[in-house]
Design a protein around this ligand. Structure first.
Ligand code: HEC
Length: 96
């Protein structure tokens, strides 16, 4: 699955982005294809498929946190993520 993603997205190596997500602690609440505390990244990608504004919106939400979309639990803000990293992570999540 990760290798397939790397093939369709040569500009954003999926494995490097998984490492980034892991190092930024995202994977302690998220999994690619299972709901943990937060939604599975595949479900996020499916929800916003075809939504061109989603990447920018998700990048902001990754940095600032927020809730109300997937359930009662809120995502805390992630001050360890800068804007460039948030954009990269949002694009990666949407590519799952
Ligand atoms: C403490 C747990 C936790 C951590 C850490 C966390 N998240 Fe989340 N995340 C959540 C929860 C809970 C939601 C659902 C929020 C909602 O319902 O709006 C969520 C939602 C999301 C969404 C979908 C937002 C939407 O509006 O649909 C994305 C994308 C996301 N997280 C990415 C990340 C990334 C990238 C990181 C790492 C920088 C991260 N998360 C770290 C708990 C977490």
């Amino acid at each position: 699955m990760l290798l397939a993603a790397a093939c369709v997205l040569p500009a954003a190596p999926a494995l490097a982005d998984l490492a980034l997500a892991t190092s930024k602690n995202c994977m302690s609440c998220h999994n690619i294809d299972k709901k943990v505390v937060g939604p599975a990244y595949k479900d996020v990608a499916a929800k916003y498929k075809g939504d061109k504004a989603a990447a920018a919106r998700l990048a902001t939400k990754i940095m600032e946190g927020g809730g109300g979309v997937w359930g009662v639990v809120k995502m805390p803000s992630n001050p360890q993520v800068n804007e460039a990293e948030a954009k990269k992570l949002a694009a990666w999540v949407l590519s799952q």
